[in-house]
Design a protein around this ligand. Structure first.
Ligand code: KIV
Length: 271
């Protein structure tokens, strides 16, 4: 097991020093108390209350419908479970773009009402005023560049981003800008590994990849994908560690069988 027991409580400073030491950062999503407790006790460093809750928990096709109230509900459930991990919460679509006052109000609601430790939002140059304002209020911000699911209708598809030089150049300068204005880390989603490597080398803050190759400072996956609970989502970057869909199905079949045959409950399971 490779959990660093010296780290009692993960902070944004812990992540910076992990990058400096070359120690990879592990991050997974969590949306509820029970799962968050398992992941935290297993030693994960960062838990992301991602707006992927919109897909995974609520069954929407995109991340766009989830609301700030719903994100706060998920985040406060996660916060009640954790003892060690840093908890980062996504600002949902429509709560930070365009109006930096609104962005600050959204971030403050998340921090105050859920007890989370940081927020994440998608974009670089276009949302810099929002990021600056949130940072000025003392709220740590994680950036998110590359494939940005909140912009899916602009991109049109979920294909690899920044393959063309112009988009790659924009991403390089957005990453530099996020570092300069004070973000504590950046998620890079679904971009060529060589570009992610270059960006990770060029900035002093941790770069956490998802579909961004091995040469970054940490990795993040959607927990339900890596546990094999979601069935339809099988991108090349996803490693599936267990097949919980099958295990839960088998357990449910057995339960139904036991109920139908009156095997359950037995004498010891009754009062
Ligand atoms: O919402 C989410 O789960 C995310 C990860 C894919 C990084 O933003």
């Amino acid at each position: 097991m490779s959990v660093n027991k010296d780290i009692k409580r993960v902070t944004v400073h812990t992540l910076k020093s992990m990058k400096e030491k070359g120690e990879p950062i592990s991050m997974l999503t969590a949306y509820d108390f029970s799962m968050a407790r398992i992941l935290d006790e297993a030693g994960i460093e960062v838990l992301l209350v991602g707006d992927s809750a919109s897909n995974v928990m609520a069954g929407h096709e995109t991340t766009l419908p989830i609301t700030l109230d719903q994100m706060i509900y998920h985040a406060s459930s996660v916060i009640r479970a954790i003892q060690r991990a840093l908890v980062v919460v996504d600002l949902p679509f429509g709560t930070y773009q365009g109006n930096s006052r609104k962005a600050l109000a959204s971030a403050i609601r998340i921090m105050k009402e859920s007890g989370a430790h940081a927020v994440k939002l998608e974009g670089g140059y276009a949302v810099q005023n929002s990021i600056r304002r949130i940072l000025k209020a003392g709220v740590p911000v994680m950036g998110h560049l590359g494939l940005m699911p909140q912009s899916i209708y602009k991109f049109g598809t979920y294909v690899v981003r920044a393959k063309e030089e112009q988009e790659a150049e924009q991403l390089r300068s957005d990453a530099k800008l996020l570092e300069e204005i004070g973000c504590f880390a950046i998620v890079l989603e679904k971009i060529p590994g060589e570009l992610a490597k270059e960006v990770a080398k060029s900035v002093s803050i941790p770069i956490i990849g998802i579909g961004a190759g091995p040469d970054v400072d940490g990795q993040v996956l959607v927990t339900h994908d890596m546990l094999g609970i979601t069935k339809e989502f099988r991108p090349r970057f996803l490693r599936i560690y267990t097949d919980l869909y099958e295990q839960i199905t088998n357990a449910t079949h057995q339960y139904i069988k036991d109920v139908k045959s009156r095997d359950f409950p037995n004498e010891k399971e009754a009062y």
